[in-house]
Design a protein. Structure first.
Lengths: 288, 237
């Protein structure tokens, strides 16, 4: 059996093993590559950074445990950036699993790195409400009609930061970290376009190609997958190097990601070359 | 790390290995993990639907005191119940309509009365179509056409911008050629066929980009799991 034939009949388990090694070895070696923010991510950073202190930012956690490796670094970078800039951050979820994810990130970012931030004045956890895009549609005109209490069941009117929030257009920026439907697309359709409110955020890599058509006119910026998260972290660390220790989650994971991609590219090229050589040989054999 | 954390880590670690074992071949451990996931998911979403939809959006409105039983504290229960009692009567009793429609959906379980579920289904479809139609038309049709109406020669900061010009030509050319490919009223021959062929290339490049992103997503998830397994192993050794 020639090398070409061997390549075309390679056992898929060998490929799985090589991919596993391509992920494990760089992790063990702590392989980290330099990540530079692309314009589509930098615009989100610039917008969050450029808003005056105390601006009202809505941050929606619309993902679940299945996509944590991609979505959590994005969400925590955005949350960290909002806290650094002193924005009033309103945390909510259109996904049922998002509320638990938001609680984890609040614990990891706000309570750990910004213990002086006051609940109800600097940030609030509004939690999950059922309704999908219907919820976005409803809070566009009547925010407090849907959110009568925060996630813990405390009367919404008892929080100082809710005093001047009555509808979505009251927010200066909407950020959403999403992994499906309803997600960033619905935020663009039902909030951003409708009220001319700046919308930006991050999505899983699978979702990203579906969101690109909205950039830059309908979507301010987009973080696509782990790469997008790493770019935002890089932008954050460039501007605020004191947060380097806590803001490198995605950047560190890009090492194994890059090596795994190289292995996949190698097999795609080998597979295609072998296929075309085999095809040419078969044609020649038929002629003879 | 407490007992609960260890327990969660061990359950997660073992289940991850069980699922990964499918990469070698199908086996009873994989089947067990798969069935466990299906069962837990079904129960989880049923519970979520009960607590986040049925209780706060329907039962609570129809009979507010019920929320006292479900509140995390007496004070919280009182606040919510008082808010609901202050609502006008029609705001609360209008919830009977979704209750009736919901019960009609359940008639699918009785073959002779199953036709009633169509009315509830028609309501859902009508509502979804009505709500989504305007937003999709605005955001995915009108706004996307506007976004494609871009100048083919771009001047930036007083000078000619080659990058901007090329970008806009690719956007406009790509959209038009892809649209031509999906235009079947005229035979794809001559210049029209050539444009359609360019359209195919544009679509192929888009599919390739989407596939690349999908690969990136799957590898990211694999890295996440490997990270978790690393934490698990660290807790053991």
């Amino acid at each position: 059996m020639s090398f070409i034939e061997k390549m075309l009949k390679i056992d898929r388990r060998i490929i799985f093993l090589l991919i596993a090694l391509a992920v494990i070895i760089p992790m063990l070696l702590n392989l980290v590559f330099v990540v530079r923010p692309s314009p589509i991510v930098q615009t989100i950073f610039d917008k969050v950074d450029g808003l005056p202190d105390g601006s009202k930012v809505l941050l929606s956690f619309d993902y679940g445990p299945a996509t944590v490796p991609e979505n959590r670094p994005m969400a925590e970078s955005l949350l960290r950036h909002c806290m650094i800039k002193g924005h009033r951050t309103y945390i909510m979820a259109v996904w049922a699993t998002g509320e638990a994810e938001a609680n984890i990130s609040i614990g990891r970012v706000i309570r750990t790195e910004f213990p002086d931030k006051v609940y109800g004045s600097d940030y609030i956890q509004l939690g999950y409400k059922a309704g999908n895009q219907g919820l976005i549609n409803a809070i566009f005109t009547d925010f407090k009609g849907m959110y009568t209490t925060d996630a813990a069941g405390v009367d919404i009117n008892s929080f100082p930061m809710m005093a001047d929030v009555n509808a979505l257009p009251d927010f200066d920026l909407i950020l959403a970290v999403c992994s499906g439907k309803p997600g960033l697309k619905e935020w663009v359709q039902f909030a951003g376009d409708r009220g001319d409110i700046p919308v930006a955020g991050g999505v899983t890599a699978v979702e990203a190609p579906l969101l690109y058509p909205y950039y830059p006119k309908q979507l301010l910026g987009l973080m696509g997958g782990l790469q997008g998260a790493a770019e935002y972290e890089a932008a954050l660390v460039n501007e605020y190097p004191e947060y380097r220790a806590s803001s490198m989650t995605a950047v560190k994971l890009m090492g194994p990601q890059t090596v795994a991609h190289l292995v996949i590219i190698f097999f795609v090229i080998i597979g295609n070359v072998a296929f075309f050589i085999q095809q040419r040989r078969e044609k020649r054999a038929r002629r003879e | 790390m407490g007992f609960t954390d260890y327990f969660v880590l061990w359950v997660g670690g073992l289940l991850t290995l069980m699922i990964f074992s499918f990469l070698y071949k199908d086996n009873p451990f994989y089947k067990f993990a798969e069935h466990l996931f299906v069962g837990v998911s079904a129960a989880y979403w049923m519970t979520v639907a009960f607590w986040t939809t049925l209780v706060p959006n329907m039962l609570g409105y129809l009979y507010p005191p019920i929320l006292r039983w479900f509140a995390t504290s007496r004070a919280e229960g009182e606040v919510v119940v008082n808010v609901l009692y202050q609502l006008p009567w029609y705001d609360r009793w209008l919830r009977l309509i979704p209750l009736i429609l919901g019960l009609m959906m359940l008639t699918r379980l009785v073959p002779k009365a199953a036709w009633m579920s169509r009315w509830a289904m028609a309501f859902i479809i009508g509502f979804a179509a009505g709500t989504n139609l305007t937003r999709y038309l605005q955001s995915d049709f009108v706004a996307q056409i506007k976004a494609t109406l871009v100048p083919l020669i771009v001047f930036d900061q007083g000078g000619f911008s080659l990058g901007g010009t090329l970008t806009n030509i690719v956007i406009v050319g790509g959209v038009l050629s892809a649209l031509v490919y999906f235009f079947f009223a005229k035979e794809h021959k001559g210049w029209f066929g050539g444009t359609a062929r360019v359209g195919i290339w544009v679509l192929m490049i888009a599919f390739g980009a989407a596939f690349g992103y999908t690969v990136m997503a799957r590898i990211s998830l694999l890295i996440g799991r490997m990270n978790f397994l690393g934490q698990w192993l660290q807790s053991i050794f």
